[in-house]
Design a protein around this ligand. Structure first.
Ligand SMILES: [Zn+2]
Length: 293
């Protein structure tokens, strides 16, 4: 491990309309309130500036169509703009044809806005599972250089438990490959805990999240921390929701800003693009998709 790799994180934000989480769960009572989208991004950009940090923003095409000036502002401040698909539909609910169309469309919207290459893709809700592995081929063919959509754990919505928990290359039948950068997990005995992102960052104590980052750093890989802009809204509308949605939308939500500040003060954050430039990705393990299903 080079000393430069000590205390380093890949910091990312999954950017979609703030109310999408309610809408997808069938929760009613919210209003579109665009000002929340502006306010949440402004909070993130000013924190990153304050700590002289850079991050990767995975953004949906629909969000970019509604807020082109936000996308340009993210890019102009030196952060990485990457794709979070177009509509945020779960990939395993789509046909390959529709997914392909949305993937190309989402990428083109972003690259036209910032007049730059879009290298990274992340699926809505980590929705590349054993039922949608075909999507990786489409992502590669669309010209992405890396993907970050496979969660190497398992719950009722997503996950591929047998997938590697550190970066690797997915090898396709024709010999081409795609860099896969998974989110953070931590092995505890037979368990693999999802950590450092979204609700998991808030469910588990900060020190457990930091152990996961330390373990990654000591093996020469940055920790992976991800959040949604809506999690920086310490005063979201209080709607009637079930327990799962309550955890995702409200549990310790008022603490997120201070947790992010804590990370930014302690770790050097880098973009996924920077990670690809700094690393010899040819040295990463090569995996056939069939090997971890
Ligand atoms: Zn998302």
């Amino acid at each position: 491990m080079s000393s430069d790799l000590a205390k380093k994180i890949l910091l990312s934000f999954d950017v979609e309309h703030w109310y999408l989480g309610y809408k997808l769960r069938g929760i009613t009572g919210w209003k579109v309130d665009s000002w929340r989208d502006y306010k949440n991004i402004e909070t993130i950009l000013s924190l990153l500036e304050q700590y002289d940090s850079k991050a990767t923003f995975f953004i949906t095409g629909q969000y970019a169509e509604d807020y082109p000036e936000i996308i340009r502002s993210i890019h102009d401040k030196g952060h990485e703009v990457a794709s979070h698909g177009y509509s945020h539909e779960y990939i395993y609910n789509q046909t390959p044809e529709i997914f392909s169309e949305e993937t190309i469309r989402g990428k083109a919207i972003l690259s036209d806005l910032i007049n730059n290459e879009i290298n990274g893709y992340r699926a809505a809700s980590w929705s590349i599972t054993k039922d949608s592995l075909w999507a990786l081929d489409i992502i590669s063919n669309a010209g992405f250089k890396y993907d970050s959509s496979i969660f190497p754990t398992k719950n009722n919505r997503y996950g591929l438990y047998g997938a590697p928990d550190t970066p690797y290359k997915v090898i396709f039948q024709n010999g081409t490959d795609l860099l896969e950068i998974p989110p953070q997990t931590l092995k505890v005995g037979p368990l693999k805990l999802p950590l450092c992102g979204g609700v998991y960052l808030r469910l588990f104590p900060l020190w457990i999240n930091k152990i996961a980052i330390r373990k990654s750093n000591s093996s020469g890989v940055p920790g992976r921390v991800m959040l949604h802009p809506h999690e920086l809204d310490s005063d979201p509308p209080r709607l009637k929701v079930n327990i799962e949605a309550w955890l995702v939308k409200y549990y310790r939500i008022s603490k997120v800003k201070s947790i992010l500040k804590n990370f930014l003060a302690e770790y050097r954050s880098v973009t996924y693009n920077e990670f690809m430039r700094e690393y010899n990705t040819d040295s990463f393990p090569r995996k056939n998709l069939s090997s971890f299903v």
